[in-house]
Ligand binder design. Structure first.
Ligand code: XIL
Length: 395
């Protein structure tokens, strides 16, 4: 299936299923079904949500070793995958003449063999991007022309190699500043207002046009963090995308990373996402994807490294996950969203153990350090059924 058009397929299947009575909706999922997430008898979260959206995970090459516990988990639980680090510029293109395609090739082979959606993360980013892009051999900053050429070569080489195989690209990552306007990255500083038309969106526009030329069927996403909670960022993103879409730039959707915490205000998330969804007035096929979901046990103003996970806290944490997934199902019902990707699957491997506070122990995902299902997993497994039951009780 051409995944770009997935939204229509998910919607059609949702309509069909709701008219036939849901098949996922009959089972009551309980923790005694499987203790360890890799057990054969474990149920599957992507199966339970299939009428709403694909459910995915960021993974690493070790997860792709067939027959291992980690492979069994990811292959059963998820149907969309992003490499956590290996498709980033510093890994895939560390110097001008060197490309390392091995891990991305491995993901693509896995995707083809098991019919998974594959996401490419990410082509143009200020972070994990080697300096050679921006400097010449003498260490001087390159001109806009040189950087545009380097960027085009980078994008064309990678996207053409995976034409028809990587379904979705995070073409640009984190281009919006936390407080105002665009992030002052090397990309922006050097390329600037390249065509002299008065705006500085040019590097983004060229990146999307180049990716589209290399694979016209790939879904092209602009990805960023805090869009769901930082309304300044959301408005900046909205205004920029409105202009770019009106100009015909081939941007298919916005990726909301969704690195949230147990206190995140879900109603604000809804409002911010609804603003971005208004871009569908310009392009009715424009989509929202959730690309990096995790739920920190620390708020952004908490710098501690340890958290006591009490029963009460677990209840609050699980309830927040349910609130968020309910919002995402609402957005799916509205036809806005068809993809939800977690940023990893087990607490032990999460990037949030070291970020933003080094040495921190965090518990942001659905599977614990021993690869056992957490209570949040079981709560989320029952959510679609409960939602359907509530809906039919109201009829
Ligand atoms: C993170 C990875 O999870 C870490 O392993 C790495 O050290 C740094 O990058 N937003 C993104 C992701 O778009 O690429 C980041 O991934 C997390 C924040």
């Amino acid at each position: 299936m051409k995944k770009k058009k997935l939204l229509g397929a998910v919607m059609a299947s949702a309509l069909l299923v709701s008219s036939l009575a849901s098949c996922s909706g009959e089972v009551n999922y309980t923790a005694d079904m499987a203790e360890y997430a890799y057990e054969d008898k474990a149920p599957s979260i992507c199966e339970v949500y299939k009428d709403y959206f694909q459910v995915g995970s960021a993974i690493n090459p070790r997860d792709l070793e067939e027959g291992t516990d980690r492979f069994n988990i990811i292959n059963k639980q998820f149907n969309v995958f992003t490499l956590e680090n290996d498709t980033k510029p510093e890994t895939i293109h560390p110097s001008e003449d060197v490309y390392n395609f091995d891990s991305t090739d491995q993901l693509v082979e896995f995707g083809e063999k098991y019919d998974k959606t594959v996401r490419g993360h990410t082509l143009v980013w200020h972070s994990q991007c080697p300096d050679w892009f921006f400097y010449d051999d003498e260490g001087n900053q390159v001109t806009a022309d040189v950087l545009v050429e380097r960027m085009k070569e980078h994008i064309t080489t990678i996207v053409s190699r995976y034409k028809g195989k990587i379904d979705t690209w995070d073409v640009c990552n984190e281009v919006v500043d936390d407080s105002y306007g665009l992030r002052l990255s090397n990309w922006l500083k050097i390329i600037g207002d390249y065509d002299g038309d008065g705006d500085n969106y040019d590097y983004i526009q060229i990146a999307f046009e180049t990716a589209h030329e290399a694979d016209p069927d790939a879904r092209l996403i602009i990805n960023d963090y805090s869009l769901e909670v930082n309304s300044n960022k959301t408005i900046t993103m909205y205004n920029m995308l409105k202009q770019l879409l009106e100009e015909g730039v081939p941007i298919d959707g916005v990726g909301i990373q969704m690195h949230i915490d147990y206190e995140t205000d879900v109603e604000r998330m809804r409002d911010n996402i609804q603003l971005l969804a208004k871009l569908r007035e310009i392009d009715p096929d424009f989509v929202i994807e959730v690309t990096e979901l995790d739920l920190s046990c620390f708020t952004s103003y908490d710098n501690s490294t340890e958290k006591e996970i009490t029963e009460e806290f677990t209840e609050q944490f699980d309830a927040k996950y349910c609130e968020v997934l309910n919002l995402l199902m609402d957005l799916s019902d509205e036809g806005i969203l068809d993809t939800v990707v977690f940023w990893g699957y087990d607490d032990g491997s999460s990037w949030l153990n070291d970020f933003p506070v080094e040495g921190r122990t965090n518990y942001p995902l659905l599977i614990d350090r021993d690869l056992k299902f957490k209570s949040a997993y079981w709560d989320l497994m029952n959510l679609p059924r409960q939602r359907e039951e509530e809906a039919s009780a109201q009829e």
